[in-house]
Write a protein that binds this ligand. Structure first.
Ligand code: FAD
Ligand code: SF4
Length: 513
């Protein structure tokens, strides 16, 4: 009589603290698999595929070594790998002696559906478990905003602060404020030294060779002799400590600053470790809150609150939006944008210095920080009217931390406003002014930041006004868009026509920029 359960673990379910691992190891076995279904649903960065496979392998070793659990681990090149998660579960269920199987609820809609459909067809009974990772339940945000058109992140964030007692003094926020952002988001002063990113030097040539031999189509580059991303829980914790001790002080003030050839500034680069669930979001939040409690000079409240808001606020919020709005969300295209992504998003080969920097480092490191994603690459895609499907495919592939629940809500929602204002109250777009204020990119650019029209005029300038002009019907009445339409209306007709013609010229040859 079979007595064991087969438990499936997906590549982003590497939660060491899950209650499953406290159960008697003689009562269950674990299945983990590296599959083509996962490497091929998007064209991923080579560092992303490598990081997931390595993290999975280390996790399987931990389950075996620390917990005494039997793990069936299928590598991508194993002969009996069926290359699909459900097919591998089916084979293992037939092969072993199990009375049931179980899985943790996936964070991605595609896998959630696939596993639910498979469960109906499978001959074994099944059960599901929570991943025990997020701080809000899957549908908590939907219920919180029931009946509302816009989901205001700030309201949800305050609710989460109270619920978890983070940065609270009784029922009030510490120091009487929910938000200290007026002290943050500064541009970088001349001479400020940017820290070197901390890395974990690991030789990953074997895994990379396996991925290449299998013919997986990837993008970007990798230095396989010294792979720097954290792929174990210990490494994730070490990176967290390093951030809390060495980066936190300046994280807030320079959170939005950008500098040529500096790819991570004071950002934590914890997103992969958190999204793979090697780190628990609450432990990250508490570590940073503790740093402030112990050493408020080295970890000032503005930085600490700003960082905690990203995880307790934005991250939980984005996941909630995803589950409240999928699957419709993936098809939203509010502006009806149709253009293809320019070729240089895949090569970095453009004359626009800001794009060359942001795209270039994304391809080199599988990473760009938030403002580069939002106000450089995302800003350009929105101004240029790129189809959100194209934009999503790029973001989902290129970043080490990209998993659909957090990628699509940030890209289609926050960055492309393709959801018509569920996530953001207005589109995040800017001309060269903002990029110049927050970076040193414009100084080395082929284009002139101050020119709107004519030879070498910065493309962001004319495209910015063209964007607002072509979407007048959708945006003119938005109260958050203050000066734009009065300024457009006051422009002399000749000047406006010249500006629109300049934008049309650029739109006609995006690949040539
Ligand atoms: P830090 O700046 O150090 O921030 C700390 C943590 O806060 C991050 O690790 C992350 O867990 C969380 N966080 C910060 N901002 C957000 C946000 N807007 N939404 C959710 N969590 C947030 N983040 C992803 O994890 N995966 C993605 O695929 C992704 N795609 C994005 C696409 C676009 C167009 C934009 C504008 C943002 C995207 N983000 C995504 C959010 C954010 O840019 C990244 O989480 C962040 O840059 C990761 O780097 P970090 O760990 O150094 O972050
Ligand atoms: Fe980017 Fe324009 Fe500045 Fe060049 S001038 S870096 S294209 S904003």
């Amino acid at each position: 009589m079979p007595t064991k359960t087969l438990r499936l673990i997906l590549g982003d379910q590497l939660n060491h603290k899950h209650s499953w691992w406290e159960d008697d190891p003689s009562t269950f076995e674990v299945l983990m698999c590296e599959c083509r279904s996962e490497t091929d649903y998007a064209r991923h960065h080579i560092q992303k595929v490598t990081a997931f496979f390595l993290a999975m392998r280390h996790f399987a070793d931990w389950l075996r070594g620390e917990k005494g659990i039997t793990v069936h681990y299928l590598r991508l090149d194993d002969a009996d790998n069926k290359q699909s998660i459900t097919a591998n579960v089916e084979v293992q269920l037939r092969r072993g002696s199990y009375h049931a199987w179980a899985y943790q609820l996936p964070d991605e809609y595609r896998l959630d559906r696939a596993l639910a459909e498979f469960a109906v067809k499978a001959n074994h009974s099944h059960s599901t478990a929570d991943t025990e990772h997020f701080l809000a339940k899957r549908y908590a945000l939907r219920d919180f905003f029931k009946g509302k058109k816009t989901y205001l992140m700030e309201a949800f964030y305050r609710h989460m602060r109270k619920e978890y007692g983070i940065l609270m003094a009784g029922s009030e926020p510490v120091q009487g404020k929910w938000n200290f952002d007026h002290q943050n988001r500064k541009s970088l002063p001349e001479g400020e030294r940017v820290p070197r990113p901390m890395g974990f030097e690991r030789n990953v040539e074997g895994v990379v060779a396996m991925i290449e031999k299998a013919g997986v189509k990837t993008m970007g580059s990798i230095d396989a002799s010294r792979f720097i991303w954290p792929v174990t829980r210990e490494e994730g914790l070490a990176l967290l400590d390093h951030f809390a001790e060495a980066h936190l002080q300046k994280f807030g003030p320079y959170q939005d600053a950008m500098k040529r050839n500096e790819w991570s500034m004071w950002h934590s680069r914890l997103s992969f470790a958190i999204n793979a669930k090697l780190l628990d979001p609450l432990e990250v939040i508490k570590r940073v809150e503790h740093a402030w409690q112990e050493h408020p000079d080295a970890a000032p409240i503005a930085s600490v609150e700003g960082f905690i808001r990203q995880i307790l606020g934005w991250r939980e919020y984005m996941r909630g939006v995803y589950w409240a709005k999928m699957p419709e969300y993936a098809g939203m295209n509010y502006f009806g944008h149709e253009r293809k992504l320019p070729e240089w998003y895949w090569t970095g080969d453009t004359k626009m210095e800001c794009m060359k920097q942001a795209v270039g480092q994304s391809l080199e490191h599988a990473y760009a920080h938030h403002i580069q994603r939002l106000m450089v690459t995302g800003n350009f895609a929105l101004l240029a009217g790129i189809h959100p499907d194209e934009v999503d495919a790029w973001y989902l592939g290129v970043y080490i931390d990209a998993i659909e629940w957090v990628e699509i809500t940030n890209t289609r929602g926050m960055s492309q406003y393709a959801d018509g204002g569920i996530v953001g109250t207005k589109p995040y777009v800017s001309s060269a002014n903002y990029i110049d204020k927050m970076s040193d990119y414009c100084g080395s650019c082929f284009y002139s930041k101050s020119k709107k029209t004519g030879d070498k005029a910065c493309p962001f300038n004319s495209l910015y006004w063209h964007f607002y002009e072509r979407h007048r019907d959708k945006l003119e009445k938005n109260p958050r868009i203050g000066f734009v339409y009065p300024t457009l209306n006051k422009m002399k007709p000749d000047a406006r026509e010249e500006l629109m013609a300049q934008a049309e010229k650029y739109l006609g040859d995006l690949d040539g920029l």
